[in-house]
Ligand binder design. Structure first.
Ligand SMILES: Cc1ncc(COP(=O)(O)O)c(C=O)c1O
Length: 386
């Protein structure tokens, strides 16, 4: 990867600001479309949220409609268009008014989606195939039926695969799990292997042609650094490595192993309610315990700040075991794991041991974990007073 980037720099081209049609962008577009052969064109951006903005503009231009439908708990980025599709008030408050004509529906609820689409004023339904906040996996028929509803009412289906794409869920695109072929697929995060900011909108030709329909509209949407050579070369190098090291397959195999291990923990530890996931996108959900001693401590923590319990797991996992996890959203009891796609069996052993250790500790009252809980409660109380 570094060598590839050095080669681009050594070529001494004006490689960041694109004044022309970049050959590397063409090659990367072709390679990406190989993974979604039902799509024809790629528009490159500098981030995930910019890919969402482009998709919103493309959908409006292509359909002549203004409405956008998105899901509760959705996260699509934090610029104004993407923020208008955010299903969590905490991100929206203080920044309103947002984009008009955006309607929220419950994820996984086809009847609600149909009610929203039936106005025939909706340009696009924008959805994460698996929601990042909470690691919410849809019912098996949801995305396929959502696509059918979109077709019925003339709405475009936009799959935001910024988090789920590029092998994360054990397929190149998460939509593949349900054989769904959206009208637009959005990629970003891992597309350049973490080296250069980049994003992409993969779309159908007719949609693209509606936007860029005349010479004088050739620059109707774009940005200075979009499709720069460094990002494009990094994207190509990432795909090379992914294919050579069979990382999508690795994500599927290691993900299955980790998920089985976490599901077994749900049987052993009363605080662990369930584990769910696809490939290397896994959520471990915690919930109220049954035993009295634990219940009192859990309730105290919940009263101070809902979802605080997960920090008692996340903090020691990082501090004592060097494992970086994340609480999967505000007020949420799910811890999310999105380990690197290169994870080995030894890494899985280490992860499983660390979780088991930390979770076992959490079942000891009094114990180190609940002392940490007491500190967090005190901090939360101070924050409330402050
Ligand atoms: C599903 C999804 N879409 C869009 C974004 C925004 O991407 P970026 O942070 O590159 O703007 C994110 C970022 O977390 C995301 O998870």
């Amino acid at each position: 990867m570094r060598d590839t980037l050095k080669q681009v720099l050594d070529a001494e081209l004006p490689n960041l600001v694109q004044m022309d049609v970049s050959a590397l962008a063409g090659v990367l577009a072709e390679r990406l479309l190989g993974y979604a052969p039902y799509l024809d064109k790629v528009f490159f951006t500098n981030s995930g949220t910019e890919a969402v903005e482009a998709a919103l503009k493309f959908a409006r231009a292509a359909t002549g409609r203004t409405g956008i439908v998105y899901c509760d708990h959705a996260f699509h980025g934090l610029t104004y268009g993407a923020l208008s599709l955010n299903g969590d008030k905490i991100f929206r408050n203080g920044f309103e008014p947002l984009l008009p004509d955006c309607t929220e529906v419950a994820f996984n609820d086809l009847a609600a989606l149909e009610r929203a689409l039936a106005s025939r004023k909706i340009a696009a339904f924008v959805v994460e195939p698996i929601q990042g906040k909470g690691v919410i996996i849809p019912d098996d028929g949801y995305l396929g039926d959502a696509l059918a509803l979109c077709r019925k009412y003339g709405t475009l289906l936009v799959a935001d695969e910024v988090q789920t794409g590029m092998g994360r869920t054990g397929r190149f695109l998460a939509c593949e799990h349900w054989n769904v072929e959206p009208d637009m697929v959005l990629l970003a995060k891992p597309l350049s292997g973490g080296h250069v900011p980049v994003g992409a909108v993969l779309t159908r030709k007719w949609i693209f042609d509606k936007v860029f329909d005349r010479m004088d509209r050739a620059v109707i949407h774009g940005s200075t650094f979009g499709k720069n050579d460094l990002a494009m070369a990094a994207g190509l190098a990432t795909l090379e490595v992914m294919e050579a090291e069979r990382l999508v397959q690795n994500a599927a195999v290691k993900g299955e192993r980790l998920l089985a291990a976490f599901q077994a923990m749900a049987g052993r530890h009363e605080l662990v309610k369930s584990a769910r996931g696809k490939g290397l996108m896994i959520g471990v959900e915690f919930g109220p315990p049954k035993s009295l001693a634990l219940k009192a401590s859990w309730n105290l923590l919940e009263t101070a700040n809902s979802g605080l319990f997960c920090q008692l797991i996340v903090i020691p996992l990082l501090k004592d075991h060097c494992i970086l996890t994340q609480v999967a959203g505000h007020g949420n009891h799910t811890i999310k794991l999105i380990p690197p796609l290169i994870i080995t069996d030894a890494d899985c052993d280490w992860t499983e041991r660390a979780f088991d250790d930390v979770i076992a500790d959490a079942h000891r009252v009094p114990g180190a974990i609940w002392s940490l809980g007491k500190t967090l409660i005190e901090n939360a109380a101070r924050a409330k007073v402050g």
